[in-house]
Design a binder for this molecule. Structure first.
Ligand SMILES: CSCCC(=O)C(=O)COP(=O)(O)O
Ligand SMILES: [Zn+2]
Length: 208
């Protein structure tokens, strides 16, 4: 059982995030999925296939940390397990956002298989929680896209258990996953990634 007031607050944060992310072109054509933690055992998450710029309360449902629906007959996001494993790996995570921007999609296809996206020397790296200097390096893994979500969920969980300091990951040709202690933190992470993706693509353009 979960607290209804906490659910309502989580659901509203998801609806608001959808407007913000859709308006910026980062969640087109029903793509993307969003979640927010309700308590240690439950998260609010988008119902599969819904338009993320037009979310209402009925487009958000509750799942447990194994991805099972709780008090709902709706089908949660096809990528629910990619969210729930992050809540398991990061007990302090309060929100997870998955977006499908053009820049994340293009850049993820330009990173050679087996390589990570290395971000170094950008002042904006400090937008990520726990980063205090531009001098560190962020290594953003790029996982191959697959329709086998349980397998990808396990792969990401294993990688982030070993690299808990990294703030997100890409799925090749697909999009970005990032998280934060609050929805505001998580939205800031999406914005920071988008800025850094644009910088990387522009650098490749002028210095191929
Ligand atoms: C139309 S995008 C294909 C599915 C996807 O990648 C996505 O992010 C949305 O899936 P969901 O089931 O969460 O609506
Ligand atoms: Zn997706």
């Amino acid at each position: 059982m979960f607290d209804v007031t906490r659910y309502a607050i989580a659901a509203q944060s998801i609806v608001d995030a959808g407007r913000f992310l859709y308006d910026r072109g980062w969640s087109p054509a029903t793509s993307s999925n969003y979640s927010a933690r309700i308590d240690s055992d439950h998260v609010a998450i988008t119902v599969s296939g819904r338009h993320k710029g037009q979310l209402a309360a009925g487009d958000v449902m509750v799942v447990d940390l194994n991805g099972n629906p709780v008090q709902s007959n709706c089908k949660s996001s096809a990528e629910t397990l990619l969210h729930t494993v992050l809540y398991q790996v990061f007990p302090d995570a309060g929100a997870v956002l998955h977006t499908h921007s053009v820049k994340a999609t293009v850049l993820s296809r330009l990173i050679p298989p087996g390589k990570s996206l290395e971000l170094e020397g950008y002042e904006l790296q400090k937008a990520f929680a726990g980063v205090n200097s531009h001098e560190g390096r962020l290594s953003i893994p790029v996982f191959d896209n697959t329709q086998d979500i349980p397998a990808l969920a396990e792969q990401t969980a294993e990688w982030f258990r070993a690299h808990p300091e990294q703030p997100g990951y890409l799925i090749r040709g697909h999009g970005l996953y990032t998280w934060g202690a609050t929805m505001a933190d998580c939205l800031r992470h999406v914005e920071a990634f988008e800025f850094l993706f644009e910088c990387e693509l522009e650098t490749m353009r002028v210095r191929p």
